[in-house]
Design a protein around this ligand. Structure first.
Ligand code: M6R
Length: 590
């Protein structure tokens, strides 16, 4: 987690860095800080979200044309000003910002404390003292020598008032991209940090570092010290994607973008989908690996691969793949990750690669780590998602995975014409659901007035229920559980009382509809309140009626409903919808 950014050039560096930190705040938002050089290093840092601390970090007191900044999601050391980055060496001439974890920091600190004065509880601070220890006359050399002594992961930026024309940056398992600008160069955890000023980026790979000045960028290998020729990535994203455009929160804007993001996924080149479907056909074992919302997309897809293509594809929590999966050189592992930076999913992909498996990825963020080591990359092209709660990227992942299931079914000679045509017209139905927003908001106001919820579904809507519960929990802080309706009677039903309400997803398919209705009766018989989100009409008190689809496509119809419910409940409770407590958009730690 954590976002880092820097600038060196002819402009007012601290302003560029502050702007960049605002864009990176989704990566962590408990504290932030900037260091700039103007003759000497000046540092400003504070706890709180960046908008709240703008006045306290008075940028007019940070002059100079070179600066680095950090927005933090605490791992080592509490949320305090002392623990906020940047960190300085004892002499105050070297400053560092770091994203990642130094796993041997305790041993290093013990040794360094004999000579150096520590002012924080962070793992990062050992690095700046190590650099100080190695500094003779050359910052680049000092950084590289220090890196050779540490274990762990990092994306880091280092500046020194002794060499005020350069930023030394390095990367191992935490993202870092250099942005090439006119009159200055940028660096950031992702392209959003500099998108307003540069559309040309050089993504660093693991074990690479760079020396960046206002008019040059030199990338080298940390291991060999050799200069590397790197490709320049042209970025097509528009900065508009990072604006609310009149909506009060990014989440509601992103929910409403779904017709367009589903369309983008429907328009992905067929060749890209075909290549992955062919790899699936060849593989003996196939795993889909994801975390959180992306895992739920994998779980929905498991049903599609089985029901449409007749293939067993296993959805796995990426943090458990290594423990659970049987991976060899006849296996295909497809990571599903919006950010392309989720530690657990990248680890699962790396583990599988080492075992000889082929690796694919469905990903949203351009230039992200996952795009750089998978053999098959499908960019879902949903545009930037700013809200921590994933919404549009979920239905976009579903769209890509649905297309993969269809393509695999075609390769296997299955007749899938009807469902394929129905998918082509799913957009109208999604729009219809979004058009009843007021009715959904009304239900969010009237039904969601206790503190515990059960979400239940059957078949392909079991993951729908899990995703609905996750959405509600993460932004409202209310307790929710999602499960198959059939599982309820095996224990959880005993929780039902006036403080535990149930939300049921009712599809049109006769068989599962009948089974769901009988599970709903079991809840009502225990005086449990039930809100039924139903495709078609149903004769009950608390109902939201939605358009019909075949059951296999119903997750597309239910998703905007539970997203809107979570959103309006969070707004009613006065939560910080886009930046829920204790979370970050990219979870880049284990
Ligand atoms: O970037 P990823 O798709 O790999 O992220 C995975 C999860 O961290 C993410 O989906 C998380 O669960 C969201 N906050 C859910 O809204």
């Amino acid at each position: 987690m954590c976002g880092i950014t820097g600038y060196v050039g002819t402009g007012r560096a601290s302003r560029y860095v502050f702007e960049g930190l605002k864009k990176l705040e989704y990566r962590g938002y408990d504290s932030c800080g900037i260091a700039a050089i103007d003759g000497r290093i000046r540092v400003k840092k504070a706890t709180g979200m960046i908008d709240e601390i703008e006045e306290r970090i008075n940028l007019s007191e940070l002059p100079g044309c070179i600066a680095i900044g950090h927005t933090r999601w605490a791992t080592h050391g509490g949320v305090t000003v002392e623990n906020a980055h940047p960190h300085l060496d004892c002499s105050g001439t070297i400053a560092i910002v770091h994203n990642g974890i130094i796993s041997n920091y305790k041993e290093l600190r013990k040794e360094l404390e004999k000579k150096h004065r520590f002012t924080s509880d962070t793992d990062t601070e050992v690095l700046v003292h190590l650099i100080e220890e190695n500094y003779k006359q050359n910052l680049e050399e000092a950084v590289i020598n220090a890196l050779k002594k540490i274990n762990g992961t990092y994306a880091l930026l280092v500046i020194s008032s002794e060499e005020p024309d350069r930023i030394i940056v390095a990367r191992k398992e935490s993202p870092l991209l250099i942005g090439l600008g006119d009159g200055g160069n940028f660096v950031g955890s992702d392209v959003s940090a500099f998108l307003a000023h540069s559309r040309k980026a050089i993504p660093l790979d693991d074990d690479e570092y760079a020396v960046i000045t206002g008019n040059s960028v030199e990338v080298k290998s940390i291991i060999t010290g050799k200069k590397l020729d790197k490709d320049i990535l042209e970025i097509e994203l528009t900065e508009k994607a990072a604006m609310k455009e009149g909506y009060p929160y990014f989440m509601i804007k992103e929910i409403h973008e779904q017709p367009s993001t589903i369309t983008s996924a429907q328009n992905i080149y067929p060749e890209e989908i075909h290549a992955v479907a062919e790899a699936m056909q060849k593989a003996e074992k196939i795993y889909l690996a994801g975390a959180g919302t992306s895992l739920h997309a994998c779980e929905v897809a498991e049903y599609w691969f089985s029901k449409i293509a007749g293939e067993l594809v296993v959805a796995v929590d990426s943090s458990e793949l290594e423990n659970r999966a049987v991976v060899d050189n006849k296996t295909l592992v497809i990571g599903v990750t919006q950010s392309g930076e989720t530690y657990d999913t990248l680890s699962a992909m790396r583990f599988a690669k080492k075992k000889g498996a082929e690796i694919g990825v469905i990903v949203n963020v351009i230039g992200s780590t996952a795009t750089r080591f998978a053999e098959y990359v499908i960019m879902q092209s949903s545009g930037m998602e700013v809200s921590v709660a994933a919404t549009k990227t979920y239905t976009s992942q579903l769209s890509v995975l649905f297309r993969l299931a269809i393509e695999l079914a075609k390769l296997e000679g299955k007749d899938i014409k009807v469902i394929e045509e129905e998918f082509d017209s799913i957009l109208d139905k999604v729009r219809q659901v979004l058009s009843i927003e007021e009715e959904i908001k009304g239900k969010a106001d009237s039904f969601f007035n206790v503190s515990n919820y059960l979400f239940i579904g059957k078949g392909i809507n079991t993951p729908t229920a899990e995703e609905a519960a996750l959405k509600l929990k993460e932004i409202t802080y209310l307790h929710a559980e999602g499960m198959s309706a059939g599982l309820l009677k095996h224990g959880t039903i005993s929780l039902i009382d006036e403080n535990m309400a149930t939300v049921a997803f009712l599809p049109s398919d006769i068989e599962n509809r009948a089974k769901m209705l009988s599970n709903i009766q079991e809840v009502s018989a225990r005086d449990g309140r039930v809100l039924i989100i139903s495709q078609g009409k149903v004769d009950e008190d608390e109902v939201i009626s939605l358009p019909d689809t075949s059951e296999l496509l119903s997750p597309f119809i239910f998703s905007p409903v539970f997203q809107l419910i979570a959103y309006y409940v969070a707004v009613k409770l006065g939560r910080n919808v886009d930046k829920p407590r204790a979370l970050a958009k990219s979870v880049t730690v284990e």
